[in-house]
Design a protein around this ligand. Structure first.
Ligand SMILES: [Fe+2]
Ligand SMILES: [Fe+2]
Length: 358
């Protein structure tokens, strides 16, 4: 657990969703006028095909609970340990926050956009993310921990990213979201006895939405190839590392969640990184060398630093503050070392679109 708060009331759940730490999901805003200038006409036929898929809305009836849902929660989830319950609730809250983060951003762009292509896309993606966030919130409500999404929207701080950073970061978070959900789904498909909560049964069709959202950003970037070359390669490397490192540290701070599913956090994370690396070849001409021992040691070091930071924070006082500052510096240095490790280069495929085949 990244925070020591016990999640035992709706107020605590909201407090966690509102937090802005290095590891927690954030809300974003952008330059809407610049976003409007995005032109996808060089990939018109792929774009229109994708819009037809959104219009077809093959998941319109997916996010509804079956009568067995509550029964399974009562029978199966009630058997997990109190610590495990806390980790799962923390997982639900961070997943809800990141689903809702997408919903808010896409909806704001939709409302402010004059560009018909962007407007259309954002409307569909906001529709999907709103379903995802509400579906998770229903599971929090089962425990009396439902989050007031209106309050969250009003009170959580927003981080400004210019459009190109939104494209890199959001593309990655959609694709890594797909990889995370499908890896969990496949594991529990093989080991149904480990499925301690019914929500995981929804992950397969759910993650196809995330996959398609990622495809949309892939088309936007491929239609604007200047985003994928020159100095922008350094930004792509930065976002790849930031997203992978954050996921690694956060997942290892709640290891029981994966153990309960019969997964080990390190194996799970590297499976997700491998899938994400395989997918991002459609758009990024570089990828991180996730098999390099130096890369793996670097991520473990970041995890160690995060644990020390949490201890220093818990200690408090002047010494605690000094220790926190010291570990933050070591963390920054480790991140820079990881950033400059050799990376892999590849040519982009002619066909941009991929199928969610994992
Ligand atoms: Fe989503
Ligand atoms: Fe999404």
């Amino acid at each position: 657990m990244q925070e020591t708060l016990t999640i035992d009331s709706a107020e605590k759940a909201s407090e966690i969703a509102l937090m802005n730490t290095m590891l927690s999901p954030r809300f974003y805003t952008t330059n809407f006028a610049e976003m409007d200038r995005v032109d996808v006409s060089s990939l018109r036929s792929e774009w229109d095909k994708m819009m037809d898929e959104y219009e077809g809305d093959n998941n319109h009836d997916h996010f509804q609970r079956t009568p067995e849902f509550s029964k399974e929660v009562a029978e199966r989830f009630s058997q997990v340990s109190p610590e495990m319950r806390q980790e799962f609730l923390d997982f639900l809250i961070s997943s809800l926050t990141s689903e809702f983060s997408g919903c808010i951003l896409y909806n704001e762009i939709y409302k402010k956009s004059q560009n018909p292509d962007i407007k259309n896309l954002m409307r569909y993606m906001a529709r999907d993310e709103s379903r995802h966030a509400s579906f998770i919130n229903q599971s929090l409500k089962d425990f009396g921990l439902g989050i007031d999404l209106g309050d969250l929207k009003r009170n959580k701080p927003y981080t400004y990213f210019k459009p190109k950073y939104i494209f890199y970061a959001t593309y990655l978070s959609e694709k890594i979201g797909y990889a995370r959900y499908i890896t969990i789904f496949r594991q529990l498909e093989k080991h149904p006895e480990k499925r301690f909560h019914p929500i995981f049964k929804w992950f397969e069709r759910w993650c196809n939405d995330e996959f398609r959202h990622g495809e949309s950003f892939a088309l936007i970037m491929r239609a604007n190839p200047h985003l994928l070359r020159g100095v922008n390669i350094y930004w792509i490397r930065f976002f790849l590392l930031a997203v992978y490192a954050t996921m690694y540290v956060r997942d290892h701070c709640r290891p029981m969640l994966h153990e309960e599913m019969g997964l080990d956090s390190t194996t799970y994370d590297y499976t997700v990184f491998q899938i994400t690396n395989d997918i991002t070849r459609q758009v990024f001409p570089v990828s991180l060398d996730i098999d390099s021992p130096l890369f793996r040691q670097g991520l473990d070091k970041l995890l160690h630093i995060q644990k020390q930071l949490d201890m220093a924070k818990a200690r408090g006082g002047l010494i605690g503050k000094f220790q926190q500052a010291g570990w933050a510096l070591v963390g920054a240095k480790t991140f820079v070392q990881l950033y400059f490790l050799p990376i892999k280069h590849h040519a982009l495929p002619t066909e941009v679109r991929m199928a969610p085949a994992w």
